[in-house]
Write a protein that binds this ligand. Structure first.
Ligand SMILES: Nc1ncnc2c1ncn2[C@@H]1O[C@H](COP(=O)(O)OP(=O)(O)O)[C@@H](O)[C@H]1O
Ligand SMILES: [Mg+2]
Length: 290
């Protein structure tokens, strides 16, 4: 016998080597969208070029009206691009799940029925659908509310129902449009921490839209910063926090520094060139003022 064979790790291509890289879960190429025609047409978005790797959690931040929701609606197949393309790579029959800012839950269905909704559409057998829905209710602290109607719930509870409903279908990709925007600061922090916990277990590919820099830095593997309308991606940062991660990263100097850096980038986009407006102050929660 000769020398022991060297451990193969040294020969393995690095994780970002083309040979090991899996195709992106989402890819936008020269994507633009405008509304209306002719003189009155409004350029809402783009051109945007972006990729999201499978299992990656990407946050998109940008000023109000820059085209964030438009991009998400295109990704969800609710809207067509004007030019360019957006591809979602879907391996299986698993759907993309979308969570809107205003929850999108059905007030005439019980909490359990809301969470089971996507499973019913997928024709998951009733018993299995019930079990899966109940286990998501349990994970989100909603067990006692299974038979309640959403109208009777607080904003935070309603948002949990929306989260449970989206996660219950075990989506291939999760598209979230400012899901916590309507919540007060404390509840928002709590739900961010819960979402961290849930998505780190499932490793679901996620595109998360927010206008809060803090939210983006806590949650994202990568943060994409958009310009004012028509929104283009003007910067990209990787928060230097490993996984699994907890909300404690908020208290680190790296967090504060990165937040300040991103705010500098966004400041000009919020006021807009040549508006003559003084730059607004950053919201206490790191939000970008509208
Ligand atoms: N269906 C639509 N028809 C006309 N204009 C639209 C429509 N949807 C969005 N817009 C306009 O496109 C721009 C981008 O909107 P949106 O994507 O909602 O921005 P954001 O989510 O970043 O706040 C805005 O000026 C908005 O008024
Ligand atoms: Mg929006």
């Amino acid at each position: 016998m000769g020398e022991p064979h060297p451990v193969s790790a040294a020969h393995r291509p690095p994780a970002d080597h083309p040979a090991t890289r899996r195709p992106p879960a989402l890819r936008a190429r020269a994507l633009t969208r405008s509304f209306g025609r002719g003189q009155g047409a409004l350029a809402a978005l783009g051109p945007v070029d972006a990729e999201i790797a499978p299992g990656e959690f990407v946050c998109l931040v940008g000023p109000s009206g820059c085209g964030k929701s438009t991009l998400l609606r295109i990704a969800a197949g609710l809207l067509r691009p004007s030019r360019g393309e957006l591809e979602l790579r879907v391996d299986t029959a698993r759907p993309a799940a979308m969570i809107f800012q205003d929850y999108g839950i059905h007030d005439w269905k019980t909490v359990l029925a809301n969470v089971r909704f996507g499973l019913d559409i997928q024709r998951v057998p009733r018993k299995e659908a019930d079990e899966r829905a109940r286990s998501w209710l349990a994970r989100l602290g909603l067990t006692d509310f299974a038979g309640a109607y959403p109208a009777a719930l607080s904003g935070g509870m309603r948002q949990r129902v929306a989260l449970a409903r989206a996660l219950a279908v075990e989506p291939e990709i999760l598209l979230m449009d400012e899901p916590f925007a309507a919540l007060d600061a404390q509840l928002r922090t709590l739900l961010q921490d819960e979402l961290l916990d849930l998505t780190q277990t499932t490793r679901t590919t996620t595109l998360f839209i927010t206008h809060s820099l803090e939210e983006a830095l806590v949650l994202g593997d990568r943060v994409l910063v958009m310009s004012a309308r028509p929104g283009r991606i003007i910067a990209e940062r990787r928060p230097p926090f490993g996984r699994p991660r907890t909300g404690e990263v908020r208290a680190t100097p790296e967090f504060t520094a990165l937040k300040a850096e991103l705010w500098e980038l966004l400041r000009g986009e919020v006021t807009g060139p040549g508006t003559g407006q003084a730059a607004p102050h950053q919201g206490a929660d790191g939000s970008v003022p509208a």
